[in-house]
Design a protein around this ligand. Structure first.
Ligand code: GDP
Ligand code: MN
Length: 395
């Protein structure tokens, strides 16, 4: 599960990781209040306004703006809230900004130069160990650093039996070129960052930039956190951080029926039971000259209700030109699935794209009979080749 920067920073703070302080605002009025409150708390007179969307690269897209006065806060927040923010991660239609984080400006001038670092914690699946990845070249695109100067990306693997050891934290601070107070601060930063990552069962923590302020403090200026869905049951408070407005509406709807659904860009919708069969079906669609419009696995218990929900979600997509339902009857009987399709079809009414149903397995012949007898515009097939031939015909 993805969460917002302001939520990720709250998690960091709870675990003792120093952060750039900020207050969430849903309107320019709230932004002004937040700015005044931050001024009282931190003494700051400059603020940075940050769009809260589930996508990175906001800075380059105009989603991070510096405000040097209360008037700036008013003007910039009313421009930012409600805007359609386009970044390299949002696609060209962008994402609507519904809330912003009003944060203290931490890039204040001082005698020493400020420095931006990169740091992330993630699981290395090859070694089965958590890994802290870090670089003295933070702030900008880390992908570019890894392309052009891979020697500037360091990795520290953590033994699950003993956890992060003090010498490892020191090595990280050293490789980042730190000394004096900043060196000590970085050791505390890394240690609590790893504790936070473990504490919330995260699959990714990415802090870019980690800032060394001109007065030698180490702060998390940005925070991207992915939580492990399979561990959310252990953290009901974190599960509540989910923001469905940021997720694909069709995927949210599918989740309600326990359907595994992923939206794709093609023109043939497909509904299948079993992930492997779903992949094979997508291949068949491609071989027949179509492009899959989605991945949809209805799971083992395909029934009239799930078939109806799936069909509805698929047909909601205007680019869908045909639907291929491919069910293998193992535990579930094909005639029951067929009745489910017919029922759903009648209920939804007004379906003006061809629906092809391919049933194989237990009671496949009876299932085909149910479809053929229904009098509906549903084409039936028993073999995958037959189904593919019909797809070819209609796309
Ligand atoms: P991202 O572009 O979505 O990764 O958003 P970030 O939170 O990383 O912000 C983008 C950039 O804005 C950072 O790399 C910083 O250089 C800059 N930035 C963030 N906070 C401040 C701040 O308090 N003051 C100033 N002057 N710049 C900031
Ligand atoms: Mn960033």
């Amino acid at each position: 599960m993805n969460i917002h920067e302001y939520q990720a920073k709250a998690i960091l703070k709870q675990h003792g990781v120093p952060i750039q302080e900020g207050i969430l605002a849903h309107s320019p009025k709230e932004a002004l209040e937040a700015a005044r409150q931050l001024q009282e708390q931190t003494g700051t007179g400059w603020w940075v306004l940050k769009a809260q969307i589930h996508a990175g690269g906001r800075g380059k897209g105009g989603g991070v703006k510096l405000a040097r006065s209360i008037e700036d806060v008013e003007k910039l927040s009313s421009e930012m809230i409600g805007m359609q923010l386009v970044t390299h991660q949002t696609g060209k239609e962008g994402k609507k900004v519904r809330k912003i984080l009003v944060a203290q400006d931490v890039y204040y001038p001082g005698p020493v130069q400020k420095e931006e670092y990169y740091m992330s914690v993630l699981l290395n699946r090859k070694t089965g160990r958590d890994t802290i990845m870090y670089s003295p070249e933070g702030g900008m695109d880390i992908e570019e650093v890894s392309d052009k100067t891979p020697e500037l990306i360091f990795k520290e693997e953590i033994d699950p039996g003993v956890g992060l050891l003090p010498f490892q934290a020191r090595k990280i601070a050293f490789n980042l070129g730190l000394a004096g107070n900043a060196f000590k601060e970085m050791i505390g930063f890394v240690t609590s960052l790893y504790r936070a990552y473990r504490g919330v069962d995260a699959s990714l923590f990415e802090i870019n930039p980690v800032l060394k302020t001109t007065d030698e403090k180490i702060l998390a200026v940005d925070a991207k956190v992915n939580l492990d869905d399979n561990a959310l049951f252990r953290h009901p408070d974190l599960a509540e951080m989910r923001d469905v407005e940021e997720e694909d509406a069709a995927e949210v709807e599918a989740g309600k029926y326990n359907l595994n659904f992923v939206k794709l860009d093609g023109n043939v919708g497909c509904m299948v039971n079993g992930a492997g069969l779903a992949m094979a079906t997508m291949d068949i669609i491609k071989l027949s000259g179509g492009e899959p419009a989605n991945f949809l696995d209805v799971g083992g218990g395909a029934n009239a209700e799930t078939v109806e929900a799936g069909l509805k979600i698929i047909l909601n997509d205007p680019s869908v030109k045909a639907v291929l339902i491919n069910i293998f009857g193992g535990i579930v009987r094909c005639d029951r699935v067929a009745s489910g399709v017919v029922e759903a079809y009648k209920k939804l009414g007004n379906i003006n794209v061809p629906v092809i149903v391919r049933l194989q397995g237990t009671n496949a012949e009876q299932g085909k009979q149910v479809i053929d007898d229904s009098g509906l515009k549903v084409r039936s097939a028993i073999t995958l080749q037959e189904a593919a031939a019909i797809v070819k015909e209609v796309v």
